[in-house]
Design a binder for this molecule. Sequence first.
Ligand SMILES: Nc1ncnc2c1ncn2[C@@H]1O[C@H](COP(=O)(O)OP(=O)(O)OP(=O)(O)O)[C@@H](O)[C@H]1O
Ligand SMILES: [Mg+2]
Length: 273
Amino acid sequence: MTALLELHGITKTLKGQRTPRTILDGVDLTVESGESVAILGRSGSGKSTLLSLIGLFDRPDGGRYLLGGQDITRLSERRAAALRSAEFGFVFQRFFLLKHLTAAQNVAMALVNGQGWLPRRKRRARTMAALDQVGIAHLAKHRPARLSGGEQQRVAVARALVREPRLLLADEPTGALDTETGNLVIEVMRSATERGCGLILVTHDRDHANKMRRVLRLDDGVLNPATTTPDEAWTPHSAGMQAAPSGAGPTPESAAGVSAPDGADPTREGVPR
Ligand SMILES: Nc1ncnc2c1ncn2[C@@H]1O[C@H](COP(=O)(O)OP(=O)(O)OP(=O)(O)O)[C@@H](O)[C@H]1O
Ligand SMILES: [Mg+2]
């Protein structure tokens, strides 16, 4: 069977600094449909950089990237944007909901710029099904200010799932949540894999990682199966170093996958440019 995603020898070196720095140094990864994979690694090890490449916000310097057996290593920006909104769902630490829209409208936003036009009734049905899937259909008319953090993140997960993506990419989706709501959000995403969606979860939380089928660690630019020694106790977020918004930061639109081809890359949240 063709794998959902295959990365072979992916490399990424940051230039533009006095000395170029290799962040990814030959990453190999295969993810099957319906498979869940956790990626652990110390802060700055390149996890968000890797997700950014997988989500087609950026390109590798070397290696090969296959999606459903098709080589997509070098796509035009326009094709990358189209593929991004058709195939991927994104969930981030910050929820990136539009404050003036209801939960349902935030989710429906992901259907607006998607592939093809959906009649209003279908759009509404899919939106409600997605909200139902994450257990908050009854909150459809609430604006974010009236939702708890966990509920807001579930809206963000519904928005990521509403286009029925082949692959869900989550970058520290529970970083801003308490343990209980974090567990709930992880379970909601994991259950999406039962319907065939692949899931790549970047996390500092070993317990969440252990709920995925495979646990990997990014170290020295390569992915390896994680050992059982947890060393994720310190996170920049637990230390109060919440991402500082930068000029070219993510937006609700780019998080919803409806940004213009050159839209901000939400996976680059908090990374100094
Ligand atoms: N556009 C960029 N400009 C400058 N440095 C960058 C850029 N992108 C990534 N980096 C650097 O690359 C390294 C990897 O960053 P990345 O955000 O991928 O780490 P991470 O594993 O996600 O860390 P964390 O767990 O803190 O989120 C960091 O040292 C970061 O500062
Ligand atoms: Mg990161």
